[in-house]
Design a protein around this ligand. Structure first.
Ligand SMILES: Cc1ncc(C[n+]2csc(CCOP(=O)(O)OP(=O)(O)O)c2C)c(N)n1
Length: 276
């Protein structure tokens, strides 16, 4: 039995995204490092997905009728753990073990962690897995949907476009993609030119919207509009790595953040100061 987990207003979702960012900063501070900039960038997406779109019961994680959220970018795990704690699937104490040896919360996601649908880390596979799940669900006559997060870096991988073509060709109404276009990859800016992103998805038969992924009202509107469309749907999110924490936004190399212990307190102060 699936449930609508919650339907929050834009203002409430903004507060939820702030709460997710606080949790992420605490996790990174405990560990002393992490992929925090990307996590802060997609906090708004995770708040909107988990508190407005995804139909599933956190008490029944194996329910075959649940909507699935796949985080293709395994290294963004810190963001997924934050939202899983927010909905009560993970405990507060679990979060303090982020990326420690032997932890249930590895730095790249593992499907044995409660609430985590796929193991990731090797990029470029999430959309293909999503297509397979969406096809399987359709064959089973299920109304469950598959929502896949992926990154702009993954748009440089052929497997992503093979999957996009298959989804368009099979007219998968039950498949969504959310592309985090944060403009960075491991060593700085994106290596390959990927624009025009939305037009490429449309060419493969997807309905597409492009929004500022850190503007909750715009994000929610895009999702609402796409829900009415048939076939696969994609939201191209222009996000800012480190959103909410100016020092991280200004940081030239934000792919992996490691700072001194007292500096984490300053980053948390900045997040609080910037919360309207
Ligand atoms: C198939 C594959 N190639 C390379 C890597 C190494 N790697 C880890 S994160 C990363 C950056 C990828 O960029 P993007 O997916 O856009 O993520 P972001 O820059 O937002 O962290 C790379 C290349 C990987 N994990 N998987």
């Amino acid at each position: 039995m699936t449930t609508e987990i919650a339907t929050k207003s834009v203002a409430e979702l903004e507060d939820t995204a702030y709460s997710l960012r606080r949790r992420m900063l605490r996790m990174a501070a405990d560990k002393g490092e992490g992929y925090i900039a990307q996590g802060l960038g997609i906090a708004d997406l995770l708040a909107a997905v988990y508190f407005r779109e995804l139909r599933f019961d956190p008490q029944q994680l194996d329910d075959p009728a649940r909507d699935r959220f796949l985080l293709s970018t395994g290294h963004y795990s810190i963001a997924l753990y934050a939202v899983l704690a927010e909905i009560g699937v993970l405990d507060e104490e679990d979060l303090a073990t982020y990326a420690l040896n032997g932890s249930e919360l590895p730095m790249s996601t593992f499907d044995e962690t409660p609430g985590v649908e796929i193991t990731s880390g090797s990029l470029g596979h999430g959309l293909g897995q999503g297509v397979g799940m969406a096809l399987g669900l359709r064959l089973d006559g299920s109304s469950a949907r598959v929502l896949v997060e992926l990154s702009d870096g993954e748009l440089q991988e052929g497997s992503t476009w093979e999957s996009a073509m298959a989804a368009g060709g099979f007219e998968l109404d039950n498949l969504w993609a959310f592309v985090d276009c944060n403009g960075i990859q491991a060593d700085g800016a994106l290596v390959m030119p990927i624009e025009p992103v939305a037009d490429k998805w449309k060419a493969f038969g997807w309905s597409a919207r492009e929004v500022n992924g850190n503007d909750m009202a715009a994000l929610v509107t895009a999702i609402d509009e796409l829900r009415e469309c048939s076939g696969p749907k994609v939201v191209v999110l222009r996000t800012t790595p480190g959103h909410g924490v100016p020092t991280l936004v200004a940081r030239e190399r934000a792919h992996f953040v490691r700072v001194a212990q007292d500096e984490w307190t300053n980053l948390m102060d900045e997040l609080e100061e910037n919360h309207g």
